[in-house]
Structures are given as structure tokens and as C-alpha cells.
Design a protein around this ligand. Structure first.
Ligand SMILES: O=P(O)(O)OP(=O)(O)OP(=O)(O)OC[C@H]1O[C@@H](n2cnc3c(O)ncnc32)[C@H](O)[C@@H]1O
Ligand SMILES: [Mg+2]
Length: 211
């Protein structure tokens, strides 16, 4: 039997990790994880992931997979984009809606940009997925993954910080009538920005990219 492909996904976000595992592991790709706090520079979506990946490969001294998630409002020419985490943290779901109050156009694009690098000094390859939707008042569980969140709540000593830092925008992003938070995980992973980006990555791996 062929040895399974392995990726070392560097993320501090347990929700991302569980989605990446749910998407990749059924395809035979094994996902390990290291939670490193990587710098996120200012720049294009691609620049942010490229730099995260370069630093991760240097720190780990081996092959790494990283990802950066953006939420781009069309009325705001793509902002908050890569800065969505800091917007979420400071103004939350209500604030995100308020940002668009002055515009009729509530459309937005969720973007996942994965970076893979074989090791220090090696080229960073990018795999991107985009899903179009619109920003709505929060509907569905307001945490990226509520069950996981409750579990984390019990085991992580600094619960309050973790609660804020991992709070995602699933509840305010609507795709074809349902918010990401209202969908079951299987459906979200099929149509999501992350699912599409990981399809690209899987194709590349299956075509021998990691050899
Ligand atoms: O360690 P990393 O991988 O950087 O994890 P992170 O939580 O810092 O993630 P990002 O830098 O990519 O910031 C993206 C923000 O969007 C949130 N997020 C990421 N993916 C999401 C998804 O599929 N649905 C909703 N929110 C998501 C996430 O909680 C962050 O607040
Ligand atoms: Mg981050």
C-alpha cells in the first residue's frame, strides 16, 4: 500500500484545523498540527499567506501548510480582507453589518489562501478558494464551531482570550439563503472557500506535487 501523504498544518485556530482534517483526511491525506503564532503582514491576500508560510517553514525547519482567511466586502473594495480577524475582535458581527449600512451592496467574498512550502528557503506555492455570498444579521450559532468552542472552554486556561480570538463570522456570511453557521459542516465544507482551496491542494498532491 502507498504511504499516505502528510501535511503539517500550522494554525492556532482549532476550528480551521477541524475543517481541514474533515476535508483532507477522507482523501487519504494525514494532517498533523503545530499551533504557532505567525506574523501576518499588511499586503495582498497572497502576500500575507506567502510570508506566513515562509516564516513557518523557517521555524519548523521542514514542510509546512498554512492558511490565511479573508472576508472581502465588495462595497468596500475588498476590505476588511486579511484584516477581518481584527475587525471581528473589535466590532463583532453587529459592527460588520454596520460597516455596510451606508451601501445597498451587501455582497462579500470569503477567501482561503493556503501556502505550502517544503522547507526553509524553498518556494511557497499558493492554493486559493473563493465563495461569493452576502453579509447579513447573525443567524445560526455565533461561534465558528460551538461544540468545539465548549470543549476548548473546559480545557484552555485563558478561555476569555480564546473565545474572542477564534470567534468567526460564519453567522453573518450567507450563501444561497443559508449562513455558513446554519449549514451542517459537511455542506459548508463542500461549498466553502476552504473546501475549494483544499480541492486545488489535493489535486496538486495527487499529481505528485509533494514528491
Ligand atoms: O493561526 P491562524 O491560521 O492564522 O488562525 P487565525 O484564527 O488567526 O485565522 P486568520 O489569521 O486566517 O484570520 C481569519 C479570521 O477569520 C475567522 N475565520 C477563519 N475561517 C473562517 C470560516 O471558515 N468561517 C468563519 N470565520 C472564519 C477566524 O476566526 C479569524 O478571526
Ligand atoms: Mg491568524
Amino acid at each position: 500500500m502507498a504511504t499516505p501523504h502528510k501535511v503539517n498544518f500550522i494554525t492556532g485556530n482549532a476550528n480551521k484545523l477541524s475543517e481541514v482534517r474533515a476535508i483532507l483526511e477522507p482523501t487519504g491525506i494525514v494532517v498533523s498540527n503545530q499551533a504557532l503564532d505567525l506574523p501576518e503582514i499588511q499586503g495582498s491576500l497572497e502576500d500575507v499567506t506567502r510570508e506566513k508560510c515562509r516564516v513557518a517553514a523557517d521555524l519548523v525547519k521542514g514542510p509546512v501548510l498554512v492558511e490565511d482567511t479573508c472576508l472581502c466586502f465588495n462595497a468596500l473594495n475588498g476590505l476588511p480582507g486579511p484584516y477581518i480577524k481584527w475587525f471581528m475582535k473589535s466590532i463583532g458581527h453587529v459592527g460588520l453589518n454596520n460597516l455596510l449600512a451606508a451601501y445597498d451592496d451587501k455582497s462579500a467574498q470569503a477567501v482561503a489562501t493556503f501556502g505550502f512550502c517544503k522547507g526553509p528557503g524553498q518556494e511557497v506555492l499558493l492554493f486559493q478558494g473563493r465563495t461569493d455570498g452576502k453579509v447579513v444579521q447573525a443567524r445560526g450559532p455565533t461561534h465558528f464551531d460551538l461544540k468545539l468552542r465548549r470543549l476548548l472552554f473546559r480545557v484552555i486556561y485563558d478561555e476569555a482570550f480564546e473565545l474572542i480570538i477564534h470567534l468567526g463570522w460564519d453567522a453573518v456570511f450567507e450563501y444561497e439563503g443559508e449562513t455558513y453557521a446554519e449549514m451542517d459542516k459537511g455542506k459548508k465544507n463542500k461549498i466553502s472557500h476552504r473546501g475549494k482551496a483544499l480541492d486545488e491542494l489535493r489535486r496538486w498532491i495527487e499529481n505528485g506535487g509533494m514528491n
